[in-house]
Design a protein around this ligand. Structure first.
Ligand code: FRU
Length: 484
């Protein structure tokens, strides 16, 4: 059987072999989801970037496809997006067979080595056969770098219906730039956002701008997702977002505080699918962190994507606007052999053959109060998740979770998150573990932790410690593996 190596996730996307980073060109078209990704097919560390390719019918199982884009004389193929040019505005296809167009960053290694600052430009490529084979546009680059902007990358393009034009979000070091185009080839700079707002502990990367309706209302706001490296709340790479308005030209917001999509250290460079209705805003992130991405203890391949997650927008008095991200419902169909425990009291320990291939769903009734859940194994390794009322923080502690010493920051501190919740009572939890990852969704995804873990043997015991709380309706399910 394929892909059974130690630490290989069994229901998360991984490349067949070698290095992977950001998801690219996420697009749904003709009943198929396409995932392209930053890929170096010759080594398990970052190198000359290609776009790998995979397809899915349900966002859980994936089929590996041939590499879509190779580096060329204009540079390596960095991150970007894909659109269906349904009206053939680009002229790269025909009315009857419109092109799928990929918009990406060219990174010219020689230029960078020579000390130039204009080594990142934007290019496009097109496919006339549903993403199977690709041709680069002969007029590349479509956006040059006359401004000598050192970090100038990661175009995310969408069709803006109200103004009938393409809109591109691009990052330029410490801010985002928005461009428009009638045809995906000729681009005009419209506006900029972000120099004096948000987190700036590192360079801005992988922007994503899209509309989303506020749940339970008919108000629509615009969301701008920005990855940042370093400067995340628990170290290294992380994902912040802004909620505001976009009038076709400019993005504006009243937001004062910094908002994070995930408080774990392993959800980076995530973006959402084009081609889906706005009510199905679906996100995938890269489940790693530039602090240690090159050092994790795997050999055949390196790193995985997060679960596909649905994004929803909410508003309440305490939090203002906030995003939730939660596993898409098609994952539910992969659950089997579910065991239900009506109550789990403090001091109780539940054993299982392998918690690292399971999903746990439960509720803690009553007011949010201190609790600690410890996963442990026969090698005395432990992974702890809980809530601490003295700091009002949730925490995830992987310091003693197994192999941690490959890089200093991987295991040197407890990851914490403020309790961002709809309401601090009767909170629901979902914990998804897959070989070398844990994803914790609190309150339907109001507060989320995504972390990699490398236990030397699977976790087999789960213990609850708490003065005042009890877990109810605990469902423990195995999840079917996706590789045939
Ligand atoms: C984010 C990133 C992008 C860039 C790509 C290169 O992880 O640094 O900004 O396009 O990776 O592989």
């Amino acid at each position: 059987e394929r892909f059974r190596e130690t630490y290989r996730p069994q229901y998360h996307f991984t490349p067949p072999t070698m290095w992977m980073n950001d998801p690219n060109g996420l697009i749904y078209h003709n009943g198929t989801y396409h995932l392209f990704y930053q890929h170096y097919p010759e080594d398990i560390v970052w190198g000359p970037m290609h776009w790998g390719h995979a397809t899915s019918k349900d966002l859980v199982s994936w089929e590996h496809k041939p590499i879509a884009l190779y580096p060329d004389e204009l540079g390596l193929i960095f991150s970007g997006s894909a659109v269906m040019d349904t009206n053939n505005t680009s002229g790269l296809g025909t009315k009857d067979n419109p092109p799928m167009v990929a918009i990406f960053t060219y990174h010219l290694m020689e230029g960078e080595k020579a000390g130039r600052k204009d080594f990142q430009t934007q290019g496009i490529a097109y496919s006339l056969d549903e993403g199977e084979t690709w041709k680069k546009y002969s007029g590349n680059p479509v956006i040059g770098n006359e401004g000598n902007i050192k970090d100038f990358r990661d175009p995310k393009v969408m069709w803006h219906d109200d103004t009938q034009k393409w809109v591109m979000s691009l990052v330029a070091g410490d801010h985002a730039k928005f461009y428009s185009s009638p045809n995906l080839k000729d681009w005009t700079l419209m506006s900029e956002f972000g120099k004096n707002i948000g987190a700036h502990g590192g360079v801005w990367e992988c922007p994503d701008l899209f509309p989303l309706e506020v749940e339970g209302s008919d108000e629509t706001k615009w969301v701008l997702i920005i990855s940042i490296n370093p400067g995340a709340p628990n170290g290294g790479s992380g994902t912040q977002y802004f909620i505001g308005d976009f009038d076709g030209t400019t993005f504006t917001t009243n937001q004062k505080e910094i908002k994070w999509l995930d408080y774990g250290t392993d959800n980076y460079a995530g973006v959402t699918f084009n081609g889906l209705p706005d009510t199905e805003r679906t996100f995938i992130g890269w489940m790693s962190n530039w602090n240690y991405a090159r050092d994790t203890p795997t050999e055949a391949w390196r790193s995985a994507m997060t679960l596909s997650r649905k994004l929803t927008l909410h508003k309440n008095k305490t939090n203002g606007f906030y995003l939730k991200n939660y596993p898409i419902t098609s994952l539910d169909e992969y659950a089997y052999a579910t065991v239900v425990h009506d109550t789990m009291k403090s001091g109780m320990s539940l054993s299982s053959k392998n918690y690292n291939e399971q999903r746990l769903d439960f509720k803690i009734p009553g007011k949010l109060d201190d609790f600690k859940l410890s996963f442990t194994n026969v090698n005395k390794e432990s992974l702890k998740f809980g809530y601490d009322s003295s700091t009002k923080n949730y925490y995830l502690d992987r310091r003693k979770s197994g192999v941690v010493s490959f890089e200093q920051s991987f295991g040197d501190k407890v990851h914490t998150a403020p309790a961002i919740l709809d309401s601090p009572t009767d909170v629901a939890y979902s914990i998804v573990m897959d070989a070398s990852s844990i994803e914790i969704f609190i309150d339907g995804g109001s507060t989320v932790f995504t972390d990699q873990i490398f236990p030397t043997t699977p976790f087999t015991a789960l213990t609850l410690t708490s003065e005042n709380t009890t877990i109810v309706n605990l469902k423990v399910s195995k999840i079917k593996r996706i590789w045939k």
